[in-house]
Design a protein around this ligand. Structure first.
Ligand code: GYE
Length: 336
């Protein structure tokens, strides 16, 4: 009998503890549910993402979602599956929902003026993320991302220096092929113009093929296969506008029977984990970093804009460059 009472008492205590902690959890969620960090209310952000074409993009999306949770921002996230028309639709629906702020990554750089004007007319500030738009900067509040053209120059400089180091820099011609990113995207046009600005100073470097691989592994592989089919034995260098395409191309080169990273020197962009693995394996020569972890800078800018603070028109992300000399040391601390 006594035992039964003790058991029941223990059971009641256990239930009380569970219920109590559930309430504690609920209330702590509620208190953080109240306001956005740095604001006196909870704000709503509409975010139009391009899609999930690359490792980089996935890292960027994860960073945006995690930062929204951290800042306690109500994030309405929309994936455009690489289509600008889906982005325009999403942004229009954000306007109808009267969100507080709209952030978007423009898949291509043109065709944004009208929608940005609509946002402006509705009094909703806009943040352009990672790729720039061809529109007057009075139409959006800020651009957060890299100096993409400078990334292209870094890639060009790295290549020329390396080719000289291995004694292949004065070969005439040095045959270069290029896997471009999505046609019309700032990430592709700016990387290309940065690379070309440097190569133009070295007339023995000849771009013999240049085509889009749409920033994806599978298209990178496919297009590289076509390059190899026509010019396989004479290609000296590959520039890939992102690591994913380089990784696809590496497969194609191996299947063709040449050695990526030795027979064909490969330089790409992003510095995602897959690129580090390829560099450590000796198959990729260098990757110019483009930082996708933009979430915190986006949320911080959104709050500052909504508080009426002055925000710079360009908020730059920080990045470095990696090659086979420093890849193994940097690899363990990489976050993407
Ligand atoms: O390099 C690529 C991605 O816009 C800078 O888009 C970004 C690029 C990135 O899919 O991997």
């Amino acid at each position: 009998m006594k035992k039964r009472v003790i058991f029941s008492l223990m059971a009641i205590m256990l239930i009380a503890m569970t219920v109590g902690s559930a309430f504690a959890g609920g209330s702590s969620q509620q208190s953080s549910g109240g306001v956005t960090r740095g604001m006196d209310r909870k704000i709503v952000m509409g975010y139009s993402q391009i899609g999930a074409e690359s490792e980089w993009r996935t890292a960027c999306t994860n960073s945006v979602k995690a930062a929204a949770t951290d800042w306690n921002i109500d994030l309405r996230f929309s994936d455009a599956q690489q289509k600008q028309e889906n982005q325009l639709q999403a942004i229009r629906s954000f306007i109808q929902q009267k969100v507080d702020v709209i952030a978007f990554t423009p898949v291509v750089s043109t065709g944004w003026e009208a929608i940005l004007q609509e946002c402006k007319d509705a009094g909703i500030p806009t943040i352009c993320v990672d790729r720039t738009v061809d529109a007057p900067n009075t139409l959006y509040n800020t651009y957060i991302g890299s100096d993409i053209k400078e990334e292209g120059r870094k890639a060009g400089r790295w290549l020329v220096e390396y080719m000289n180091k291995i004694g292949r820099g004065s070969k005439n011609p040095v045959n270069v092929v290029e896997l471009q990113g999505t046609v019309g995207s700032a990430a592709a046009t700016d990387r290309q113009s940065g690379i070309m600005e440097i190569l133009a100073q070295y007339p023995n470097y000849k771009v013999i093929k240049s085509q889009t691989g749409n920033f994806t592994r599978s298209e990178g592989k496919q297009v590289m296969e076509a390059f190899l089919k026509s010019d396989g034995d004479i290609i000296d260098v590959l520039f890939a506008h992102n690591d994913d395409m380089a990784i696809g191309a590496i497969q194609a080169i191996e299947e063709y029977g040449r050695k990526p990273g030795t027979d064909i020197i490969i330089v790409s962009f992003d510095a995602v984990k897959g690129a580090f693995e390829a560099m450590i394996a000796g198959k990729l020569n260098a990757s110019i970093e483009c930082n996708p972890l933009l979430g915190p800078q986006i949320m911080d800018a959104a709050v500052r804009i909504l508080k009426g603070e002055r925000v710079e028109k360009w908020i730059a992300s920080e990045e470095g460059q990696y090659d086979q000399t420093n890849a193994a040391a940097a690899y363990p601390s990489r976050q993407y």
